[in-house]
Design a protein around this ligand. Structure first.
Ligand SMILES: C[S@@+](CC[C@H](N)C(=O)[O-])C[C@H]1O[C@@H](n2cnc3c(N)ncnc32)[C@H](O)[C@@H]1O
Length: 484
């Protein structure tokens, strides 16, 4: 029954989307560049002698000779001489070195990543717009309006499957420029029952991006005076620093697109006596470098937990493991919320359905750079471990079910992107048609676009199979569209 309702809702809604939009040109700038990035894949072939859980020993460790990693010397720690004399270090670098110096030892990769991305004064995301051809990377909502429109189909279907609640929270985690939500609201603006039920909540750490989101959603009103409203649908909009701050008590629909990949990861490396956390220290030349912790660190508990969700053979193949405790904790917050208040979450990101080995990458101006090079000037991101998301959700709440992952191509295809692109192509200029085809390929294609005749360096690369989608929903909702 629920499936039929959802299928009907989806079909009706697709028909609406198929109508060319009269209020907006409907087609975006053709030069939204898609990142062609893939993280450095791990090529380690170290043969382990048992699982990681058994190898968490407090003993000296020997890193693989091919790596430039040395042992943590915190036992003999002498702070490097970097506090005197002229320096060209950025604020963020000074801050990182200050933490290492005053702690008297190295920091975890996760601490480094968190500072680099979200330090309140100088973090990568904090003071600027990092998206688009002029920025550092590009995301699916910025590639084509069709992405946000398809997510609006998913959100509407979820709302239908939830029994059309009169009040619902719509949360976006890490909304970037606000483009996804603006396209989503344009898509649902004709459904008054829905728009009147919705309170939008943006979870965003960056003041600059909050301002951009305010503009993109065509908001009115000032924080603290009266409720801010998006004039696109008349829906109230609130901003929060974390998911925990979003008020409880209402059914909640959550969308997280390229949010999980920005959460800080811990890295572990297998050495002769077991697994050791990779840390970041400052050397005698005042440069950052990696060391291994000689003893178990707090994140080791999460490593043990993650390894319990893996097959012994899966771990046996690895010489590095990356874990994201923040992603595990966030998933539990989401699952608890959905389990008690009702609702659904859609998580879309690049990642794998299994343990992640070594994926942390830095991208500056659309190019890979060393993650320790000029921190704060490049984006840091890591593959999302969808298996860990599934287990984290299932562990915390009996009232939720987890679906997927499916590929982005399957998600968007099932939600009707082919109908949408055809409808838009019927009513556009040649230039807009080229842009639409390119955007479509980037969203659902795999590899290089076969039809491309432009410069090689601008060849559109499909994200259709590199990005995965997973849903966490309240059990009463049934199986969410299109995960049946
Ligand atoms: C990679 S961008 C994705 C933006 C958008 N979802 C898109 O697809 O275009 C990550 C977003 O999450 C925000 N963000 C990153 N870490 C965060 C954190 N710890 N708390 C809140 N927001 C965060 C960033 O400021 C940015 O808006």
């Amino acid at each position: 029954m629920l499936r039929r309702v959802a299928a009907q809702a989806s079909a009706n809604y697709r028909r609406l989307l198929a109508a060319p939009s009269s209020s907006s040109p409907g087609i975006y700038n053709p030069f939204r560049q898609c990142s062609t990035s893939t993280p450095s894949s791990s090529s380690h072939s170290h043969t382990p002698n048992s699982t990681c859980v058994e190898h968490l020993e407090d003993s000296p460790c020997t890193p693989s000779p091919s790596t430039k990693i040395s042992i943590d010397r915190s036992g003999l720690y002498k702070p490097p001489e970097h506090s005197h004399g002229p320096t060209s270090d950025s604020e963020l670098v000074k801050n990182l070195k200050g933490i290492i110096k005053f702690r008297g030892g190295p920091i975890t990769v996760a601490e480094y990543m968190e500072e680099v991305l979200t330090n309140p004064k100088a973090g990568f995301y904090i003071n600027r717009d990092v998206f688009g051809a002029q920025g550092d990377f590009i995301t699916s909502p910025e590639v084509s309006q069709m992405f946000g429109e398809m997510i609006s189909v998913w959100v509407m279907c979820a709302w239908e499957q939830m029994g059309r609640p009169e009040k619902v929270n719509l949360v976006e985690l890490g909304p970037g420029r606000g483009t996804l939500l603006a396209d989503l609201l344009r898509g649902v603006s004709k459904f008054k029952n829905f728009t009147e039920s919705v309170h939008i909540h943006m979870v965003e750490c960056s003041p600059v991006l909050r301002k951009l989101q305010y503009q993109t959603l065509k908001c009115e009103g000032e924080d603290g005076e009266k409720q801010i409203v998006s004039t696109m649908t008349g829906s109230p909009v609130s901003w929060h620093a974390t998911m925990e701050e979003v008020p409880t008590g209402l059914p909640t629909i959550i969308v997280a697109h390229e949010f999980y990949d920005a959460l800080p990861v811990h890295q572990f490396q297998r050495a002769s006596h077991g697994w050791h956390e990779k840390m970041i220290d400052v050397d005698e030349n005042s440069s950052f470098h990696f060391v291994l912790s000689p003893r178990p660190t707090p994140a080791t508990l999460y490593l043990i937990k993650r390894c319990k969700w893996a097959e012994t053979e899966e771990i046996a193949k690895l010489s590095q493991i990356e874990i994201c405790p923040r992603a595990m904790d966030l998933t539990q917050t989401i699952a608890k919320r959905i389990g008690s208040d009702g609702g659904a979450a859609l998580i879309i990101d690049y990642g794998v359905n299994g343990i992640v080995s070594d994926s942390l990458q830095a991208i500056r101006k659309h190019k890979f750079v060393n993650i320790l090079d000029n921190p704060g000037s490049a984006d840091l991101s890591a593959y999302v471990d969808f298996t860990a998301i599934r287990h984290s959700a299932e562990e915390i709440s009996e009232n939720v079910t987890v679906h997927g992952p499916i590929t982005q191509s399957q998600l968007l295809g099932s939600l009707g992107i082919n109908f949408r692109v055809e409808a838009l192509l019927e009513n556009c200029t040649d230039e807009q048609a080229d842009s639409l085809r390119t955007g479509y390929w980037r969203l659902v294609g795999e590899g290089e676009a076969p039809f491309w005749e432009g410069p090689d360096e601008q060849t559109p690369i499909g994200m259709g199979t590199r990005y995965l989608a997973m849903a966490i929903v309240n059990k009463e909702m049934g199986v969410p569209v299109p995960f049946q």
